[in-house]
Design a binder for this molecule. Structure first.
Ligand code: SF4
Length: 321
């Protein structure tokens, strides 16, 4: 993880910065620490507890409540482990937990209880695993956030993927365009961008940003997406439907429009994964379906994301209808 960027990690200092009165939210006993990039924090409206970006990142006492059906591993990550850090849930695709590091700790995270650890043997093991599994055509770099890797390690991951003839697609899931865009605006040699530029001449690259609210998108994210488009990378976005953040028609419509303005297609709107500690973000299915029906009347079809849910042992994400 890079350490030359700035993050908010201290609850009281963060509240002071936001011009909010002090309060205690059981943070001392919350196992999921607070981490917010200062870039993301700069887009939060000061003095407003209900700011939709703040609600995504501010630890809350509600996370400590036990709620039936909300579990440590809501999407069956553990049972799909092939080897440490290498997960296969779907035919032809493999997911790599490339790093435990994130640029932000989203309070609704489905992997908030995942037993992450950095493993220096992962790259050579991935290399061997891919050599043996010739039915894999797509490798998904996930985490954590794969773009939190240093330039050299990221390059090493990409290299072992590029050399596999049977792999035709590299997919990257990331929050970086809205949290630490400087990671991708650096276009020097050895940079992540430089690596992706070379990779895009050899394989299909699908870049999936995770943006939940239009207020997260700014000039820097626009520049990141523009640069990636110019080198031929496919840009998609997935969002999570979150109570108090984006569970209204106006926000979802604005999000689709703004993503499109920045060159990104909204493809998934996820129902919340039932991880332990996130129940207060839940939007009921009936409301989610109603929202989708309403935004469908206001947007062209290509800007309407698919409402889906991921469940353990399902062969694919399931549409909610
Ligand atoms: S960036 Fe992704 S992995 Fe990290 S906390 Fe947010 S949702 Fe979880």
């Amino acid at each position: 993880m890079k350490n030359n960027f700035e993050f908010w990690t201290h609850f009281a200092e963060f509240l002071t910065y936001l011009e909010l009165p002090p309060r205690s939210d059981g943070l001392e006993t919350n196992p999921f620490s607070m981490l917010i990039s200062k870039h993301f924090a700069s887009k939060i409206k000061k003095g407003d507890w209900n700011d939709p970006l703040l609600r995504q990142v501010l630890p809350s006492i509600a996370e400590l409540r036990e709620v039936n059906g909300f579990e440590e591993d809501p999407v069956g990550d553990q049972e799909s482990v092939q080897e440490d850090g290498i997960l296969q849930k779907y035919v032809g695709r493999v997911l790599v937990i490339a790093t435990p590091a994130c640029s932000i700790h989203c309070r609704f995270c489905f992997r908030r209880n995942f037993p992450f650890h950095a493993d220096p043997t992962l790259i050579p093991r991935l290399d061997c695993w891919l050599e043996k599994h010739t039915g894999i055509h797509e490798v998904i770099l996930s985490g954590g956030d794969p773009l939190m890797l240093d330039g050299e390690t990221f390059q090493n991951f990409v290299s072992v993927i590029l050399k596999q003839e049977h792999v035709n697609t590299l997919r990257i899931h990331t929050r970086i365009p809205v949290t630490l865009p400087q990671q991708l605006l650096n276009t020097e040699k050895q940079s992540h961008f430089n690596c992706l530029q070379k990779a895009a001449t050899q394989k299909q690259i699908v870049f999936v940003s995770h943006v939940n609210h239009p207020q997260e998108l700014d000039d820097e994210s626009h520049k990141v997406f523009q640069n990636l488009r110019e080198i031929g990378i496919t840009l998609l976005n997935q969002s999570v439907l979150l109570k108090g953040v984006n569970d209204n028609v106006q926000t979802l419509v604005a999000l689709s429009h703004k993503l499109f303005e920045q060159g990104v297609l909204p493809y998934y709107l996820h129902q919340l994964d039932h991880a332990k500690g996130v129940a207060h973000f839940e939007v009921e299915d009936i409301r989610a379906i109603q929202l989708l029906n309403e935004i469908r009347n206001l947007l062209p079809g290509y800007l309407v994301p698919r409402l889906v849910r991921e469940l353990p042992r399902d062969g694919s994400k399931k549409p909610i209808v």
